[in-house]
Design a protein around this ligand. Structure first.
Ligand code: ADP
Ligand code: MG
Length: 336
């Protein structure tokens, strides 16, 4: 393409919130054969919500949530934020008082209610670990629990499987040496996800999903397009009803990928010379964005992801993956 054509394409992109970092990236995008999507925050809205709490011991739900929120309060993970937010709402509705402001989203608004925590540590791809009242507290996935030598009963395992098959991430909670409860957390898929996956298929582009989450949840998310209410109509009901509305339709899923492994997934698709795009939003995704032939950072993203990417999709809308490929194809077909 002529320099003018590249300039025009860059301008068309910018008008659509698609920032293209240079002519090489613009040229490669027309040849994309695979688009690999990160799950959390890319295919999903990145707005996780607690849908279920289940306590397996003699402890009331308020105390259980207080314990879990105390452990998660120092974590920056989206799952941790969802849990702290839920506990904050629960605490507000449980003990309403004129001095509490339900719209105050800071964890500080419940800091007085939370337990003192010592020896906090975050374990990437697993969860968090700390001590409360002299007892060890673990909040995270199966790996975290079993690696600490704590058994997961068949009753708990059955409960987890049910959660995961309905696209929830099951989070296990251990106190001392025993497993005391489970939380279900769900992150709704972006509304346009299914249409975009179908659109890419029609353009001859294959789609893949990659995630650190467990296999069962990952498969359910890749398959099912679903919405959950954003409000908290009744935070104290045992379970909230979810609405299923069709299929996302991604067949190829790579789950339980540790933070360092996403770039390896990209390379595995490039082995036969295929041109691979990676779409992601998080710090975890930047090595994969850099490894891809075309890296696309989506949404607010993190600075590191934006730095590693060839494209920035500012509107946080997956349709712009198609826009990006379209612009490239149109620009380069003109001169053929
Ligand atoms: P993703 O690729 O979806 O961003 P991560 O690698 O961040 O996934 O995390 C993988 C899994 O580790 C999560 O699905 C969750 O089960 C567990 N996990 C990580 N951090 C936390 C946390 N702070 N609290 C609970 N679970 C966590
Ligand atoms: Mg992400």
């Amino acid at each position: 393409a002529t320099p003018t054509a590249v300039m025009v394409a860059t301008g068309v992109g910018a008008n659509n919130g698609v920032l293209i970092k240079g002519g090489d990236a613009l040229e490669r995008a027309q040849k994309i054969q695979y688009v690999i999507f990160d799950k959390t925050g890319t295919l999903t809205q990145g707005k996780a919500t607690v849908t279920t709490t289940k306590v397996f011991v003699e402890m009331d739900r308020g105390e259980f949530l207080r314990l879990v929120a105390s452990a998660e309060a120092s974590s920056e993970h989206p799952l941790a934020k969802a849990i702290v937010e839920y506990a904050r709402h629960f605490h507000f509705f449980d003990e309403p008082s004129a001095t509490k402001d339900v719209e105050d989203n800071s964890k500080d608004s419940i800091s007085g209610w939370l337990f003192d925590v010592s020896e906090f540590s975050a374990l990437p791809g697993r969860g968090v670990h700390c001590f409360i009242n002299g007892n060890q507290v673990l909040v995270g996935n199966r790996k975290l629990i079993t690696e600490s030598g704590i058994a997961i009963s068949t009753k708990v395992e059955d409960f987890l499987v049910d959660l995961e098959e309905s696209a929830n991430t099951g989070i296990l909670v251990a106190y001392g040496d025993s497993l005391i409860g489970v939380l279900g957390v769900a992150d709704p898929i972006k509304r346009e996800a299914a249409v975009v996956v179908e659109g890419l298929a029609k353009m001859g582009v294959r789609t893949v999903m990659v995630t650190g989450d467990n296999w069962r949840t990952a498969r359910a998310v890749a398959k099912e397009f679903w919405l959950i209410p954003n409000s908290y109509p009744d935070v104290r009901s045992e379970e909230r009803k979810d609405v299923y509305t069709g299929q996302v339709g991604i067949q190829d899923v790579r789950a339980e990928v540790l933070p360092a492994g996403k770039a390896d997934v990209v390379r595995s698709f490039q082995k036969d010379g295929s041109i691979v795009a990676m779409v992601g939003d998080g710090i975890n995704d930047s090595p994969a964005l850099a490894a891809a032939d075309v890296g696309m950072a989506i949404g607010a993203g993190t600075d590191i992801a934006i730095e590693a990417a060839d494209y920035v999709l500012m509107r946080n809308n997956l349709e712009d993956v198609i826009t990006a490929i379209d612009i490239s194809r149109k620009t380069f077909s003109r001169i053929r």
